[in-house]
Design a protein around this ligand. Sequence first.
Ligand SMILES: [Zn+2]
Length: 266
Amino acid sequence: MVTGTSFDVGQLRIHILDDGVFVTDAGNLFGGSGKASIKGAMHPVLVEVGGDLVLIDAGFGPELPEILVGRYELRRNENLLDHLDRAGYAAEDITHIILSHLDADHVGWALSPPSFPNATVYVQGAALEEARQMPEKDGRRAAVPSVEKGVEDGWCELLDADGDVLPGVKVELRAGHSAGHQIVWIEDGEDLALYTGDLAPAKIWLDPDLISGVDTDPKAARQNRIEVLSAAEKRDAPVILYHEPGDCLVKIRKTEKGFEAVPIGD
Ligand SMILES: [Zn+2]
């Protein structure tokens, strides 16, 4: 059942949190030098699994990263930690953090600085490897020292495949936007929900042919988007759209051109 920004998947309680919105020149996302600006929300997801608390992605962090100043504007009155508090939890309560990939708008509170003292952070090794190869000023590259330190200190674990981080919280490798990009299926019995990360982060991205200038491998992104959204439709799963500024919890319907978002309850 869906109430506001919280809903249940079987016995698992899910809260959709908020880390504000960013505004950027559309050219930063689609290439070219378009004059239009584009707005994206950030909706990290909290899943209660028995006594554990899983956070999926972690916003921009306390402030806009240095490398994005001038290109991105961050707008928020309340941040992720405020929304966590409102859901009834403190930073110390988080036990697991899944990072879909290493872009700055997904890793902030988890890595710079690490804000959850009792959490293990799960990153795909392929995402780290790609980030190491990025140019000096790239956002993904900026995450490398923190992830490496986390691995060394034992609070970051590198994954190399699909699998359950906890019972019912399953990561699945779906590369394209980045190498090692992972989505998350949240499942209990017949009941399930999907977190798409940046594979399909907002309603406009439900069009498989929308090519992003920031996808590492646009062909793989397109193919994975079609496969994952088809599975979501088939399984009638509510889908959480991380960057959707409007209604970020939707269901998926196939159209002639691709897919569209359907409000939950329709
Ligand atoms: Zn993103």
